[in-house]
Ligand binder design. Structure first.
Ligand code: WTA
Length: 634
């Protein structure tokens, strides 16, 4: 087994080793895996174009490192425990052997339906074990999965299908979310009206929602499994072959397909899972994310399974049937590591302690957060009332593009500090630069967070458009990977993430590009122009505030705002609906036509003066008019 760090001195030692001799450091970890052929060099890289390769020429299959590697020791150990939306429905436990057989069987279903190595398969599914099985089955045969969060609209789904020219969609009839049922297959049908590459759709029966099955295209999951073998020989993959694509929003244009590769991602998710959460062999680990996001990929599926851990998957929502559901699940399965988002903590905190008190929560050893900065108040509530003051909180900072956690405490090993992600993991070399790219050395500095040396889980490219990868992450500061986040390094050298410095809003831990939301708003025929900014929201972290210039001739303001929300929901999905819309007579623009978001951000934050020099605005009076009318935002 690869090294697990046990002490603070051990962390310091490993960190230094990883910086002084990265090759030796990563070799020692990678050597504990099953490689069909060894690599010829550990890393070859440059951040100019960029080009990053890890374990060059190594051959492997990630699923062999989950199954074949563990079957002799862990075949009867639970791999996935699944808790359904409805607490009265039976839960499911799949052992490593059972998960292996189901993965192989579904891999054979994919092959039978014409999927070959390199094909793209879209997974648009609820949080059921079959979603994880689908990912693993793709990995088994070398097909590239692209999971699309099942809350995205038909339009978002079809954009992603078209971008990666996917051949197949895996979906379900419907999706249970609390007291509601969503018709998932219906969304797929709608999406496929504007795509041309999908040959087959395989539909899991989950909610028994009536669906239209198109002959020759749509097939039932359970029927496809009939008579199919549970044995499958894993495809040989090059270390740098694509494992998956995951679409994420940036500050410009449509979401981009972040590409992760087989070898590096495997090593990195494994190593970070093991050390950050300090998983021990009989522990039950639970991450509440959805597999539609990177957290679900790296820390529900791949990281934990590569460690041979027991990972819990929950289908439902934190407030159903009541806001004690998370804590009921923790007690039911004696969860040891619990990993969630600050927005969920704040939402549950708002219900007070009554939903928490009936539960013991004494199995918990480690608490984690991810996705957005956690405010100190929520950190203390989590620490005191869920962890009962016993459990270290790992505030894990990372991104879809980083594949795994980069800055975080190691639970119980390195110090924690409320609202701080604290220290870089071994192998991670952060650097803070000012807006001119000058390094800010030493402690007590604040600036743009960049990373100066590659780690195995780093993004390789953006699907179909390598220049976009360069433009988005490597063009701002020469020779550095730019995260888009602002950061402070305090007097003790601990890192605190301050949030995005680009035009990205982090709503409940979900990334939304302002341009993307504006484009959706502008699709409404009565909207002439719009500008979107983030503002502090007590539960979501940031809310979406839209300023829109509209033709109001034949609509009431309320009706128009509702219609705009429906439009955004249809184009992107309900998560992108503006929290506040203000109809405005104009937008603050420079003479060259650029919207001054800085000013709008201040207004949305409730600041009504200190705008700095606004004389360069085309129409400075417009600022005054917007402020006069801020109370109309709703
Ligand atoms: C933010 C989620 C503060 C950050 C894994 C980053 C955080 C973006 C933290 C990535 C944290 C994530 N503290 N901010 N612990 N974790 N972020 O791609 O702004 O969905 O750039 O990946 O979330 O979001 P993504």
């Amino acid at each position: 087994m690869a090294r697990k760090i046990h002490t603070l001195a051990g962390y310091i030692h490993e960190y230094q080793r990883s910086i002084l001799d990265p090759d030796a450091f990563w070799t020692q970890i990678a050597e504990t895996f099953h490689w069909q052929k060894n690599w010829s060099s550990v890393v070859e890289w440059e951040f100019e174009t960029p080009s990053v390769k890890w374990f060059v020429n190594g051959k492997l299959n990630i699923t062999e490192n989950i199954f074949e590697r563990y079957l002799h020791t862990k075949k009867n150990k639970p791999a996935i425990i699944w808790e359904p939306n409805d607490p009265k429905e039976a839960s499911i436990t799949l052992t490593y052997l059972e998960l292996y057989e189901k993965t192989c069987q579904f891999a054979n279903v994919l092959i039978k339906n014409g999927v070959v190595k390199g094909d793209r398969v879209i997974i648009y599914m609820p949080m059921v074990p079959e979603a994880a099985i689908a990912m693993l089955a793709c990995a088994r045969i070398g097909a590239i999965h692209s999971v699309v969060f099942a809350g995205f609209s038909a339009n978002s789904l079809s954009d992603r299908i078209n971008d990666c020219k996917a051949k197949m969609v895996l979906t379900s009839d419907g999706n249970f979310r609390g007291a509601k049922t969503f018709p998932v297959k219906e969304v797929v049908d709608e999406a496929l009206k504007t795509t041309s590459t999908i040959e087959k759709v395989i539909v899991l029966e989950r909610t028994k929602t009536p669906v239209n099955m198109q002959k020759g295209r749509d097939f039932w999951w359970h029927e496809e499994l009939e008579g199919v073998s549970k044995e499958n020989i894993a495809e040989t993959m090059d270390s740098e072959d694509t494992l998956f694509i995951l679409y994420t929003s940036g500050s410009t244009g449509k979401p981009k397909g972040v590409v992760h590769s087989c070898g590096g991602y495997m090593i990195y998710t494994y190593y970070t899972f093991k050390n950050v959460f300090q998983y021990s062999d009989d522990d039950v680990y639970w991450c509440t994310a959805d597999i539609g996001w990177i957290t679900g990929h790296s820390y529900i599926v791949y990281g934990p399974l590569l460690e041979g851990a027991t990972t819990l998957m929950f289908e439902g929502v934190p407030t159903y049937p009541n806001p004690g559901r998370f804590w009921a699940i923790v007690d039911k399965y004696k969860v040891n590591q619990f990993y969630t988002a600050p927005t969920a903590i704040r939402a549950l905190e708002a219900y007070g302690l009554d939903p928490v008190l009936p539960y013991k929560l004494d199995s918990l050893k480690v608490l984690g957060t991810v996705g957005e900065p956690i405010n100190e108040e929520a950190w203390h509530w989590y620490h005191d009332h869920i962890g009962k003051g016993r459990c270290p909180i790992v505030d894990t900072w990372w991104q879809t593009e980083t594949g795994g956690i980069l800055i975080s405490p190691l639970a119980g090993i390195t110090p924690t500090k409320p609202a701080y992600a604290t220290l870089p993991l071994p192998g991670i070399q952060p650097i803070i630069v000012d807006n001119d790219g000058k390094e800010l050395k030493g402690n007590s500095v604040e600036g743009n967070l960049c990373i100066k040396y590659p780690w195995p889980g780093i993004i390789r490219t953006t699907w179909g458009d390598h220049d976009r990868c360069y433009q988005s992450y490597f063009s701002q500061f020469k020779g550095l990977y730019f995260t888009g986040d602002g950061v402070k390094r305090d007097e003790d050298g601990y890192y605190r993430i301050l949030g995005r410095v680009d035009d990205v809003i982090n709503v409940s831990g979900h990334r939304m590009g302002t341009a993307e939301v504006e484009n959706a708003i502008n699709e409404h025929p009565k909207v002439i122009e719009s500008a979107v900014v983030g503002y502090p929201h007590p539960i979501k972290g940031q809310g979406i505030y839209a300023f829109a210039i509209c033709d109001m001739s034949d609509r009431s303001e309320d009706n128009l705002k509702n219609e705009i929300r429906v439009t955004v929901s249809n184009i992107i999905g309900p998560i992108a609906k503006p929290d506040k819309i203000q109809i405005v007579p104009g937008l603050p623009k420079t003479r060259s036509g650029k919207i001054m978001r800085r000013i709008l951000r201040k207004i949305a934050n409730g600041e009504h003066d200190n705008f700095g020099d606004i004389s360069t605005l085309l129409d400075p009076d417009v600022v005054e008019k917007i402020i006069e009318d801020v109370d109309s935002a709703s």
